[in-house]
Design a protein around this ligand. Structure first.
Ligand code: AP5
Ligand code: MG
Length: 229
């Protein structure tokens, strides 16, 4: 029997504000062998840098629509390579990509041609009314993607990132009108992916409203996955 841990290739699925970014930070802290790509963080960095894709993305994100598949797919493929996700022994997670059937098919094809298919998909199932409340209190550190909440996990110094001391910002898509659009986009385009991954037998769901209910369930799933032979 081999004592080499099986690599983990995880996709986090969940509505806007369900806690994908928050759970990602916790996973990275507990499992240093895992790296992460968040499509939303990548896009916000591109906007800040003023790149062509950033310019294209800015107005679309403000409306709560999805960036065209071609643009997001090429950005993510570059990042998969840069972060060594296409090496079959790497452990990693994706947050925010794929978000529709086209993106899911492209991802599956790319990963399977490198013997690196997803082995776990976890849905964060959080009631909508809980999410709305959270978004109003969210602040982000754009360069790193670190997320804060004035009630749930406030920064140590108000308005500043804990690690760098740099200022925190509000996301321009965190207003009630755009948020409603984002939820609708999620329901129409991303929710059907649950059924898609369920067919592969790799879908799990974790459910909870309050702060520390979800993470222990997620951690348990990861530990189980790592220890499979
Ligand atoms: P993206 O950045 O991915 O946004 P999203 O999916 O709408 O999700 P959020 O980042 O808003 O929420 P989250 O689940 O990460 O929650 P968080 O941890 O912050 O995408 C933004 C836009 O980019 C899209 O609308 C689209 O335009 C574009 N885009 C991205 N990917 C794309 C793709 N693949 N294709 C096309 N377009 C794409 O938590 C939320 C708040 O709740 C925080 O304040 C947090 O502190 C708090 N909180 C979290 N967990 C808890 C808890 N357990 N208890 C209490 N509070 C909590
Ligand atoms: Mg996020």
């Amino acid at each position: 029997m081999s004592n080499i841990l099986r690599p983990i290739r995880l996709l986090l699925l969940g509505a806007p504000g369900s806690g994908k970014g928050t759970q990602t930070s916790r996973i990275l802290k507990d499992f240093p062998q895992i790296s992460a790509i968040s499509s939303g963080d990548l896009l916000r960095q591109q906007i800040k840098l003023g790149t062509p894709i950033g310019k294209e993305a800015e107005a679309i994100i403000k409306k709560g629509d999805l960036i065209p598949d071609d643009s997001i797919v090429s950005l993510i493929k570059e990042e998969l390579n840069a972060k060594n996700f296409l090496n079959a022994s790497s452990s990693w997670l994706l947050d925010g990509f794929p978000r529709n059937a086209t993106q899911a098919h492209v991802l599956d094809k790319t990963l399977s041609s490198h013997d690196s298919s997803l082995n776990l998909v976890v849905e964060l199932d959080v009631p909508e009314e809980v999410i709305l409340d959270r978004i109003e209190n969210r602040w982000v550190h754009i360069p790193s993607g670190r997320v804060y909440n004035l009630t749930f996990n406030p920064p140590k110094v108000p308005g500043k990132d804990d690690i760098t001391g740099e200022p925190l910002s509000k996301r321009p898509d965190d207003n009630p009108v755009t948020f409603k659009e984002r939820i609708d986009t999620y329901k129409h385009q991303t929710l059907p992916l649950l059924e898609y991954y369920n067919k592969f037998g790799i879908l799990r769901s974790v459910k909870g409203e309050t702060s520390d209910i979800i993470y222990p369930q997620l951690k348990e799933l990861l530990l189980k996955e790592f220890s499979k032979q």
